[in-house]
Design a protein around this ligand. Structure first.
Ligand code: FMN
Length: 310
């Protein structure tokens, strides 16, 4: 069976500017997940992510929006907003590890209160005419939580369960727990999607050989560092395409143009590009020197000159 590859949602990185530039010049991604929608304290959906999922910002059709909620009411507000925009599937974030989020039972913070998860699912599913998938860590304080959660999730009609093979308190440190993921396979009737630390084609091959029955994989940081990763995985090669630099500079130009079209603030756009380059630089042999040049750029013109010289 063919492998299905998903681009992970990464707040501040995989927004519509990135997704659209990606879809125009790169390929082999089956689904793009948008970073999560969340309610602000005054009971309305936060503006940035709300705009990010607008159909006019998403002319390509394989975008799955995500929401973060720890009560039925907030869940429904956001799901209904997405239904009104025409989305047919939503993903529920049960993975965000940051204490400010998790301490309020949001993201991975709800994983050690499974009854709350099941109650929300029971209440929302009959009320939303759309598919629902989950993206979860394996627990909050350890990877054990998932062992009691997965069997109960079999009772709900979910489209998929994406598992980032870490627990919340780990943040992004330490290893993914592959032994636990192996246990998960036997416990779930749903489509399981593996996520975590696939940064190279070799990583993908290793994960695939550990879990040959898994055909769906989500990739985040590795794909930002190397946007050719999906193509290289699908073509089963560790070689970059011959026209790598041309395609990559087309991608950089589209990304830059898209941001510049949205804001008059060149300074902010330059900062954004510098953040991306923290990742991009990782996939080049001389990446550190590229990153130094980008970090030193004082204007968009200087940055553009750098892209031209690439
Ligand atoms: C900067 C950053 C922002 C992220 N934002 C989100 C998000 O909005 N929603 C989500 O479900 N996960 C988010 N994640 C987690 C990723 O989607 C993914 O699960 C995680 O990075 C592990 O996959 P990877 O090793 O392939 O990057 C974020 C991760 C990072 C590093």
């Amino acid at each position: 069976m063919r492998n299905h590859l998903y681009l992970a949602p990464l707040q501040s990185f995989t927004d519509h500017h990135f997704r659209n530039a990606f879809q125009q010049v790169l390929g082999d991604v089956d689904r793009f997940y948008a970073p999560y929608l969340k309610m602000s304290n005054d009971g309305i959906i936060k503006e940035g992510p709300k705009k990010d999922v607008l159909p006019k910002n998403n002319p390509f059709e394989i975008v799955v929006p995500q929401i973060m909620a720890c009560c039925t009411e907030d869940f429904l507000v956001m799901a209904n907003y997405l239904i009104d925009l025409g989305y047919q599937e939503v993903n529920w974030n049960l993975g965000c590890p940051y204490p400010m989020v998790a301490n309020r039972d949001l993201g991975s913070g709800i994983l050690n209160k499974p009854e709350k998860i099941f109650q929300i699912l029971e209440e929302v599913i009959p009320q939303i005419p759309m598919k629902l998938g989950l993206k979860m860590r394996m627990g909050y304080e350890s990877t054990e939580d998932i062992l009691s959660i997965l069997p109960k999730l079999n009772d709900f009609p979910l489209s998929e369960i994406i598992v980032h093979a870490r627990y919340g308190k780990q943040l992004y440190q330490g290893q993914c727990d592959h032994d636990r993921f192996e246990e998960c396979i036997g416990l779930s009737n749903h489509r399981l999607v593996y996520n975590g630390d696939i940064n190279t084609v070799e990583d993908f091959r290793r994960v695939k050989s550990l879990f040959p029955e898994i055909n769906h994989f989500m990739i985040g940081r590795g794909a930002i560092a190397n946007p050719f990763l999906f193509e290289m995985i699908q073509e089963n090669t560790i070689e970059f395409p011959e026209d790598r630099m041309e395609i990559f500079s087309d991608f950089l130009n589209l990304l830059l143009e898209s941001y510049l079209k949205e804001t008059q603030n060149d300074g902010n756009v330059l900062i954004k590009m510098k953040h991306y380059w923290e990742y991009f630089s990782e996939s080049f042999e001389n990446g550190k020197s590229y990153y130094r040049i980008v970090k030193k750029a004082n204007s968009i013109t200087e940055y553009q000159l750098f892209i031209d010289q690439l």
